[in-house]
Each structure stands twice: as C-alpha cells, then as structure tokens.
Design a protein around this ligand. Structure first.
Ligand SMILES: [Zn+2]
Length: 324
C-alpha cells in the first residue's frame, strides 16, 4: 500500500468501518486473534534478543483482552468451536504461534480474566531446544546492520525454503552456534515446561508442524509427516492429541488443508484477517481455514479492537460490487 490514493482509500475505509460500528449492533461471529512472542515490558524488547514482530507486551495483551471482555465476547477453545457455537453469539479465540517459553507470561492475564487461549507449538523446536530462524537472522542483521529492504528480501527468500535448507543457511551464514537460543526470551519451551504449561486449565495446545514447516514448500508425503510428527510429539509430551492447527506463515492450499483433515485436525487457522461469521454453514466458513486478526503493539490498541469488531468493510464491498 504505497500509492497515495490507496492510502486515502484505506483511511476512508477504516473511518467508515468505525462509524458503522458505532451505530450498528455487531453481527454474530467468531474472531480469532494471533500472537507470537510476549514481552514483559518495553525494556525486554529493546534488548534485541529476538525479532519483536508485533511488539506485544503483557500490558498490551491485557488491554486487548479487557476490551473484548467489556464488549461481551465469550472466549472459546477449539473444542468449543467444534462443538458448535450459538449462532447469535460473539466469540473470541486467542492463539499464540510457535511455542515460545515467553508465552507463559500470558497466563496471569488469562487467569485474571478467566479466559482460555490456544498455543500452537512447533514440536521439534521444543524437543531440540532450537531457536526460531527469524530470530537468528534478526539478531545477526541487527548487529551488521543490513538495510531493511535487504532484510525483507532475505526473509522472503528463507520463507521459500524447507526446514533443512533453512538450517543449512543459518549454519553457513551465522556460525555453528546459530541454532542455539541466546536466552529465556527467544527460546522455545522445554519439554518439561510445556508439559506443565499444558496442565493449566486456561491452556490448549495445537499443531504448528514439527519444524515450523511452511507446508506449501513441501511434497505431499512431507506435509503429512510434518503434521503427523507434531501430533505425535504433542500427544506424548502433553496429553490429548491436538484438534487444531495453525499453518506456519499462513500458507495453505487445497492439498495442505486436506492433509490437515487427514491428520485428524478439525480446526485450522490462517493469517488472512477477517471475522468468521455465524452460523458458519450460512457464511461458507470452513473451520479448517478460519480467518485470523493480528494486533500491533505499536499502534492504537483500542482503535484496532474496534476495527476488528466492525462489520462494514468498504474494500470488501468494492470488490464484491466489481464481481457483480
Ligand atoms: Zn509460526
């Protein structure tokens, strides 16, 4: 979005959505939200130990949860969704991707508000204690430093690879210690920590593949293996076999979604933003391809929450009018 008219349309569209939301009651829907790392505070972020991604501190997370509690949202687990939601209800599903140990910082907030969350784990990272590649790259490129455009290009290049190629790239470019986390902030849960975490009543675990595999880069047999291995690891580590999957980087295809279903997964979340309107059948919502919103810690949180809840989307309207 770099052309002036696109920016103008974007601002106009947001203003309309907020105005519409202020006067019209919300339509029944399931809103799914995606988080990654959680920071204790801004000081932890400024240590540059990991890619700050959406810059979410526990205080921002609490503010966000409080907003949806105050607006009458019921927080649900994947099992609640799969049992069937009240077609007149407003629901929120909180999700955290990857399996960072820092996600345990969410627990006091979840307890305070009495709400559940689902944590999608890349199980090999937990078993091997391996750092996530984007953090390895971030640390090295911060030190170097590499211009932002070149960093973006490197990220896109790596996102086109399979996990073994990514590991080779990290070792070749950043040294033999590259796969090792630098501290508590960037490391995944240990198996014992994950086991204890999964026992908390607020916590549900989900599949994020064994190796954080961007599944559209893999042949069908390897896709099946990545999903099945994670199912097996999590079942062994932490109890019930997951029923939900978050596709790494949001990459799906018809074949990937079918493979998830075949692996015993019934709920899948993407990274396409949007509300999942109820009832699902009437609005063609596929529970294996739910839309998911992303919150940014460096933007106005209340405004973002109101936009997530808004039902009027000018850009969507224009698109559907164009389609006739
Ligand atoms: Zn991920």
């Amino acid at each position: 979005m770099n052309r002036p008219w696109q920016l103008l349309l974007h601002h106009f569209s947001e203003a309309l959505a907020l105005a519409h939301g202020a006067v019209r009651p919300e339509r029944p829907a399931l809103l799914v939200f995606m988080f990654h790392a959680l920071f204790e505070d801004a000081a932890a972020m400024s240590r540059h130990e990991l890619d700050p991604q959406q810059r979410i501190t526990t205080a921002i997370f609490a503010q966000f949860v409080a907003h949806f509690v105050a607006h009458g949202y019921q927080f649900v687990t994947p099992a609640d969704v799969l049992r069937g939601l009240n077609p007149a209800g407003k629901y929120a599903l909180l999700t955290f991707d990857d399996g960072y140990f820092n996600n345990q910082l969410a627990l006091p907030v979840l307890r305070r508000y009495g709400v559940p969350a689902t944590f999608f784990i890349s199980s090999h990272h937990v078993l091997a204690g391996q750092a996530f590649w984007w953090d390895v790259v971030y640390r090295a490129r911060q030190r170097q430093p590499l211009p932002p455009a070149a960093q973006l290009a490197e990220h896109e290049h790596l996102k086109g690879m399979q996990h073994a190629e990514i590991d080779q790239y990290l070792l070749a470019n950043f040294g033999l210690e590259a796969l090792r986390p630098v501290g508590d902030l960037d490391r995944p849960f240990t198996p014992a920590e994950l086991q204890a975490f999964a026992c908390e009543p607020e916590v549900t675990l989900g599949n994020h593949t064994a190796h954080h595999a961007i599944l559209t880069n893999y042949a069908p047999a390897a896709v099946a293996h990545e999903l099945a291995a994670c199912q097996q690891h999590l079942a062994q580590l932490a109890g019930p076999t997951p029923r939900a999957v978050a596709y790494p980087n949001g990459n799906t295809s018809a074949a990937v979604v079918a493979a998830a279903g075949a692996a015993g997964l019934h709920l899948g979340v993407t990274v396409e933003p949007g509300k999942n309107y109820l009832p699902f059948a009437r609005h063609n919502v596929d529970t294996l391809q739910l839309k998911r919103f992303l919150l940014w810690g460096d933007r106005d949180v209340e405004r973002q929450c109101r936009l997530f809840r808004a039902d009027f989307n000018l850009k969507e309207q224009l698109r559907s009018w164009r389609r006739g």
